[in-house]
Design a binder for this molecule. Sequence first.
Ligand code: CUK
Ligand code: CUA
Ligand code: CA
Length: 649
Amino acid sequence: MKALLSPKLVAALLLGLLSGTVLFGLVLGPVVQGAATPPNPYERPYPMPHQFWAQNDEFYVFASGGQQGGLYVYGVPSMKYLSEIPIFVEDQAWGWVAEDTEIREMLTNPWTGKLITRGDTHHPSASKTNGVYDGRWVFINDKQHARIARVDLDTFRTGQILWIPNTTGGVHGFNVGPDTKLAVQNFEHEQYPEEAIRNHLGLDIDPIQGPYVAGVAGIKIADDGTMSNAWQVWGPWHFDMARIGWGTSDGWLITTAYNTERATDPIGMFQRDQDYLFFWNIASIEKAIAEKRYVTTQQAPDVPVVSWKDVEVYVTPIPLNPHGLDISPTGSYILTSGKATTLVVAVDFGKVLQAIQQQKVIGEDYGVKVLDPDAVRAATMDLGMGPTHIEFDDKGYAYVGFFVDSDIKKVPLGGSYQKLHGQTPWKVVDVLPTHYAVGHLVIPGGDTAMPYGKYIISMNKLTKDTFLNHGPLKTENHELFTIGQTPALMVDQMALGPETHYSQALPVSLVKPRVLHSYGDAASLTSRQPSVAYDYDAKEVRVTMSVVRSFFTPGVLTVPQGWTVKARLISGETAMDISHGFALDAYNVTVSMDPGEVRDIEFVADKAGVHWYYCIWFCSELHMEMRGRMVVVPQGEWTPDMETVLPSA
Ligand code: CUK
Ligand code: CUA
Ligand code: CA
């Protein structure tokens, strides 16, 4: 642990405590900014007026949850937690449970039929138009089960989950292209694929000893956001990060590999002192498919699998075991960090194109041309211990996170960016101390053609003693800096549950106008009348239940024991913020309906007796009374005259 608090920040903290003033608003600004004391935008009124943050927050942050399996949402600059978006993991608090048949289908592996309710989200990637966020969707990968989800920003809920074939999982790098037509995700974990792929690659693969193979999956995104598996490219290597280029790098897929050794153990993965940055020409992948140079598998007969030998791909050496892979706003510089080194490399994509044209090649690996690093690099920077990820602002600077140094270093970019900042490129101009180890960083728009700048958030690992102790499992830490000036100021921090990898920060002005208060209008909801039907052949009770303050209709439901209950729950609410639930005594059923929402659920009524269903949200002063009975009549005691009869309207 090196940089905990800068001396200035310590001074500011002490002053703030002694004078009892609002810490960041009144004290920190003047101390750091010098004699002039401009009004500080981070000064917070007290007491807080209603809607202060609703009116003042500028960005929504969508932070991956890692093993939480979905996304966290909070506001910036308030750093106020807003919500969670469950995706790959069930979460009844947010109404995301597999008793809901639609959710169950999304969470079910289409090839095995197994319900999978675990996941590990890493890299959210927002939809873009012309390389700039458009506020429609956030896509994200599940590293564990090779799935991609689309989150719809009108509901802040998952709208689609696409399963990736031919893999056991371990998909890590994920990125949506500049026009939301193509997304890519790569296999970090080495694979032993179906025979068709093994034969097509022609590499020796031993199922126990390895070395194994891997690649990249291309996902097509339709205009309405529907994702489908488009292609896969397989080869000897397995990849860490993946990005789709734009601007100077338009049409190229860029990946890193830290295990170019193709080892199966950690020591083996460190044998080379250089690993590779890969450049794939996307058009060459499409060409190989058009020319029928591909195979398909039994599992996925519609998904062409292309060999690396049949596409245009190049590599260039980069410092060992890279992690960060980020593209500057014009698409010209590719920055990558050797996480087990002190080195950060800036590759100039214009020079890459030149080197390809002029064949500035220093060798071949598995038939792939190795571009001369001296010919393609703009800079090799020795910046500090354990560089991780990189983001870009609107003023021509890159920000590099350091896991070991526990800080962020601000570096001016070269080339056309120099006219923005007027500084000597590739030299550190500011160091932002963080509390513990930096993983990813996020600047609003910092991974697009148009960064909004203004803020950077450091998503720290190992936050140790930052917060009140709460046991051996410590929460994570997000820290907010303003970067409109040098030095940057840390203005706030927050604890957030495990475990963010990357985030996307989208302007409120882009997202908020889309966000719904209700799923449906009153007219369409009241047209759906409650009903109960008994199917003695299928042994099914089919119910349409209306759910509105403060009644379930039907309020009593009789079911023969052992029958399946298929219920459509319709919230008749259109008022803002009135959600209801349906939880059933002694059954593993808890669903939630937001205003106007329709939920289909299905379960077997195998336990006889009187089981109350009740609402789980405190929805009105009659919330406790908002309940009804499911009477499960023991087998052999049921007679048809026990059927539920709805009162006529
Ligand atoms: S990875 Cu976790 S901090 Cu999955 Cu982008 Cu680097
Ligand atoms: Cu509805 Cu409580
Ligand atoms: Ca390596």
